[in-house]
Design a protein. Sequence first.
Length: 471
Amino acid sequence: MDSRISARTLAGALGGWRTRTPTYEALADGIRLLCLDNRVAAHTALPAERELAHALGISRTTVAAAYRSLRHSGHIESLQGSGSVTLPQARRGTDRVFADGRGLDLQQASPAAWPGLAGVIAEVAADAASLVGRPGYDILGSTALRTAIADRYTARGIPTDPEQILVTNGGQHAIHLVTAALLQRGDTALLETPTYPHAADAVRATGARLTGLPVTVSDGWDLDRAEQAFARARPAVAYLMPWFQNPTGRVMTVREEATIRAAASRAGTVLVLDETTAELAIDGAVDTGADFGPTAVRIGSLGKTVWGGLRVGWVRADPVLIRRLVGQRPRRDLGTPELEQAIAVRLLRMMPDILPQRAALLREGRDALRQRLAARLPEWRVPAAAGGVSLWVGLDAPLSGALVMAARSAGVHLSAGPRFALDGGHDGYLRLPFTAPPAQLRDAVDVLADLWPRVREGAPAVATDAVAAIV
């Protein structure tokens, strides 16, 4: 037996598991998911029935039934005198597992599903009769879901009506819809650099020209450059991530918010704010209620807060733009599935429970990653991200691409710094998501630490000496 998990820790990891009946199966599902995601490792001793029942506020009989279900499904075994122990699980179509020989995928910065999701899905599916009589998809979004999204904006200090909301098939879909509507060939679009690569791809697909606004871990947004870019390029659109920017993790200060809003207003630029990571605060609440003006377009999704496989996103904008997006949408798709919308409505009501659990999960991964980097690669510059899903790590030589190629051969898949640049650069940076389980993150850092000396030794002297080029 390798380890033991306390009742209190397991209860915290389960999050809002109590979302279906019978209760014992909801609990069993929550534990199954933790095992499948390796958040509870194989050969871990589970708490005694009485201890877990007390921590969860349920009967011992319910816990006993859950454990019995887990034994039947092959997730645990009960040993005389040793209690219940988790068993190794076969991986289902994922390359994210380091120990099984297929590698660890750190290209995707997506947390594992919130543990209570399976129960919510089952609960909605049990009421499927109320859904199957409808068309099955909705080009605008259900009234219930648009109202739930609007209410969350209002609670953040951004008064919103359902008429200002369009439901999409995830955040990426929302970015494509908005950029296609607001940009034409020959227009200029302002994007941060580094930035979310798929947003840059969406802008390029419109034929617009890209101009960059530098943002760094240490200094944030370059306000002098911002004012110059807005005044000279007069971009039609500026795509920004004000909260936990991907990949730097920076949050805009009040001064940065005000300067960018004023510069955009003078230039007649529409600010497109990507808020997909805005609620992923780890070290305390962050004010996400900044007023960026009446024309600002906000994009959000449940991909990072709940699960990347739940393709529900949204656009918050002026009702005139919402109607325009609806008119153009059939060129790409016919709407968002009603089943997923019904699931999303319930999840949005549960966000007060979901977000603290998400923060705990991300904090565990972030801290494990930072500690291992400090121990094995102390020459690297590791930021203290207060939220988001990744670290924008500064290397001590601009060899990000070489390291990524070497790591791939060793089974660790990463994205090199230039992947996040608009026109090259950032060779001295590596984005390291902390969304994988801590043990896997530590294994990945060990691989990088073993490879880094060889990567540096094999690089031309001009590269290894160009440390100044990576700042």
